[in-house]
Design a protein around this ligand. Sequence first.
Ligand code: ACO
Length: 457
Amino acid sequence: MKRIDPIVSEKTFTLTNNATGETYDLPVLEGTIGPQVLDIRALYRDLGIFTYDPGFTSTASCDSGITYIDGEKGILKHRGYPIEELASHSDYLDVCYLLLYEDLPSPEEKEQFNWSITHHTMLDDQLMTFFRGFRRDAHPMAIMVGIVGALSAFYHDSTDIYDPMQRMLASHRLIAKMPTIGACAYKYSIGQPFIYPRNDLSYAENLLYMMFATPSEEYQVNPIFAKAMDRILILHADHEQNASTSTVRLAGSSQANPFACISSGIASLWGPAHGGANEAVLNMLGEIGTSENILEFIERAKDPSDPFRLMGFGHRVYKSFDPRATVMKETAKEVLNELGMVDDPLLEIAQELERIALKDEYFVSKNLYPNVDFYSGLILKAIGFPTNMFTVLFAISRTVGWISHWKEMIGDPDNRIGRPRQLYTGEAHREFAHVTHRKHTKKPIWSWLWGGKKNES
Ligand code: ACO
């Protein structure tokens, strides 16, 4: 499929300088669907001014044909396919192929792709020794950032970003090796031996097998868990220009190798405002403890002087509902039902919290709805994952989204290094003073550091 360039609309948008009366016409670009975009690329060159948009709330940083979101209507599509249909009828590797190669695979393509992913799941044996360098209590996301970054030191035959074959090899390696790395991080943290991947298992089954099997006994993957895992992977596979994807694109725009770029995406995903939210949801539900305490937490979330937020609520883009949350809620009920956990106290608290918040004027007026993370943690907990692994699983599924955006960007002839500008608000000019002539009235907050007696170990 050919890349579709944005259309330059016949319409223009006119800026008027109220002081001088001068006008300036901005071109308007149109995609296939979605809002029109003002093309401001020549603004600084022609007028000497920048635009100001912290958090990029009104800025399209690129054009992309991978994912479309309509936040007002709660629509999410990958390459034109609604997420609900993909979640119901596809498996994760189908969706990976779709994101990477622009179309769903034919039976032959599916077989070849599955073979390639399955046969790249192992890690270089020397890389296995890296895990032992981490403390046992290291957060698995810290291990992920380190090990994925270290892949660049092992797979030199897939770091030339200008060679399409090397780009493909790096993409397949990353998708294939992420579950192995995530499972090893977990096994290391609990002191169990690493479990090697099995080629007769599907992607989701292999992930569960490497996580939960031990060498001492037969392990059967629960098919309900495998189906739920596959659906969670699909629902998190891509979400257009979110913080971690934009991080990967920005890192890649400097021509950094793909392993380093994906490592930067993992770092960005780690934060509780992004991928760390499902871990935070479960911690919050545990803290709430019983339904009687819900109102107290709702009041805290509404209090502007309290930093507490309802985790799993709100989204930068979705302002009516998050379509992934709808599928996730159903999956949570299916899994908990199958396990005979319909009366799970955390599920009860979650449902009650959602019910109360959706009627509350504060949440309604600010368009705050449950997002994908609100229910995913409950499913993962039921399967047996510890909370600190939740973001790792998110990173595993999002790797295909990151790598698809990276690949799209490298193939874009308009790609340039990302370099935002700023509105400078610091000192305009100062005369240099020798250290003996400097006087500071404020004691630096880090002064306690030099009070220490010894080097930190
Ligand atoms: N609980 C209580 N109030 C909230 C919440 C929340 N979860 N989310 C937003 N608000 C309030 C803010 O206080 C703000 O109020 P104000 O206008 O009175 O100042 C208003 O709603 C808008 O919030 P912003 O932070 O400006 O919205 P933004 O789009 O920047 O943030 C975000 C979106 C980060 C997701 C936010 O809703 C949040 O922190 N949610 C909780 C964390 C979470 O669930 N993150 C997962 C996101 S999904 C994902 O990454 C896969």
